[in-house]
Design a protein around this ligand. Structure first.
Ligand code: DSN
Length: 411
């Protein structure tokens, strides 16, 4: 009895994807390689269990084991993020988008004003994009990045907050490469009496690993996915001050979700244990070192990096001086075995599907054991392919050989 024997079509597709992951360089800033242990929990018999509601008050029998499991997962999140005693954890959100919706649903009324960074400047669809449910339901007012520096301009954010008087200010980004001053956000939120919410999906692993400041001492509610720099399963968590706990729990269940995915919750628990190790602290530090090295090496090849560099695991490469669009670059690089995502640059004159930049991240390559030397090599491959499209095939072969020396965890 095996997938290989009983469903070779799906088995073969998984093998094909495994090979693709092994033989390419993953520079997608939101991706990573989970450990075998995380995947073992995710693929376990826990997938069979229904457990609507929370430990101790489920609607189903037979929940004594998953009750214990969910408490362990919550406790490990508390430890990993060093949560104060008056903070609450919910580990049931299916992923980052539901987690954000669940917080809005708990703390806002439709039509309430919320401030966030716009998607094109590095926000997220669920941060009030007009095409998203959040943008249609709440009155999102977007702050941008300084056109001069490509960085957050806290004075401008304060001015806007004073003007629009938001009920909630959201700080959290999918494409912002600089350290965030969470204390400043707290001060702005206090001035206008807004709830301060952070979506740390991208930088959560850096925070737990000590390579980025944490918003928790300053904020009221924090959401995060677990699968980016944290290297966990595709799932999410909500951490909040106790005074919001009941509204948030009710919003998750029964407000917006049914039965929690206990297999994913087990994998969250495994992730949090891994994230507490010394090895993970070293990993987080190396992610940042690698990203800085990659940015500098690309700059040496004449690439423009939005904001002039990076403090975290990602960067946006502005391709306007390279005579290639973001989509074209993504496809060209992919043909050479370098996998990225196209990305808008601040105030991008081009459309989101084919914007002016690509986003790069160092989290996945660092999980494969690559260091500064390898980042310089990656930059030189990228520069060679963008300068001369005809070398893509040769680079593809070199990368296939190169990746053999850096086996990805879990593959
Ligand atoms: N789509 C994710 C990213 O790539 O950043 C965020 O959810």
């Amino acid at each position: 009895m095996s997938l290989k024997k009983n469903d070779p079509e799906i088995y073969n597709l998984i093998q094909k994807e495994r090979k693709r992951q092994a033989e390419t360089l993953d520079l997608i800033a939101s991706e990573n390689y989970s450990s075998k242990e995380v995947m073992e929990a995710l693929g376990s018999i826990l997938t069979n269990k229904y457990a609507e509601n929370y430990p101790g008050k489920r609607y189903y029998g037979g929940c004594e084991v998953v009750d214990e499991l969910e408490e362990v997962a919550k406790e490990r999140v508390r430890e990993a993020f060093a949560l104060p005693l008056d903070w609450h954890v919910n580990v049931q959100p299916y992923s980052g988008s539901p987690a954000n919706l669940e917080v809005y649903n708990a703390l806002l009324e439709p039509g309430d004003t919320v401030m966030s960074l716009d998607l094109a400047s590095g926000g997220h669809l669920t941060h009030g994009s007009p095409v998203n449910f959040t943008g249609k339901t709440y009155k999102f007012v977007h702050y941008g990045l300084s056109p001069k520096t490509g960085k957050l301009d806290y004075m401008e954010i304060l001015k806007l907050a004073d003007k629009v008087n938001p009920k909630l200010i959201l700080c959290g980004y999918t494409a912002y490469s600089r350290e965030v001053d969470f204390k400043k956000f707290r001060e702005i939120a206090d001035k206008v009496k807004a709830i301060a919410m952070a979506d740390i999906s991208h930088i959560a692993g850096l925070i737990v690993g000590g390579a980025h400041q944490s918003p928790i001492p300053f904020f009221d509610v924090v959401t995060s996915t677990v699968h980016k720099t944290l290297r966990g399963p595709r799932a999410a968590i909500i951490m909040s001050k106790d005074k919001y706990a009941s509204a948030i729990d009710k919003s998750v269940f029964p407000g917006m979700q049914g039965g929690p995915h206990e297999n994913a919750i087990a994998a969250i628990a495994v992730t949090m244990k891994e994230a507490k190790t010394v090895a993970f602290r070293k990993y987080a530090e190396q992610v940042v070192k690698n990203c800085k090295t990659l940015a500098r090496a690309l700059q040496d090849f004449g690439f423009k990096i939005v904001s002039g560099g990076t403090d975290n695991h990602l960067m946006i490469v502005d391709l306007t001086n390279k005579n290639i669009t973001g989509l074209e670059a993504r496809k060209l690089l992919e043909s050479a075995g370098i996998v990225t995502s196209q990305s808008p640059i601040p105030q991008d004159p081009r459309k989101p599907w084919d914007p002016s930049g690509v986003r790069l991240g160092s989290a996945a390559l660092t999980s494969r054991g690559m260091k500064e030397k390898e980042m310089s090599k990656v930059a030189s491959w990228m520069a060679a392919v963008i300068a001369d499209h005809d070398v893509a095939g040769k680079v593809r072969d070199e990368i296939k050989r190169f990746t053999k020396n850096f086996p990805a965890p879990g593959l």
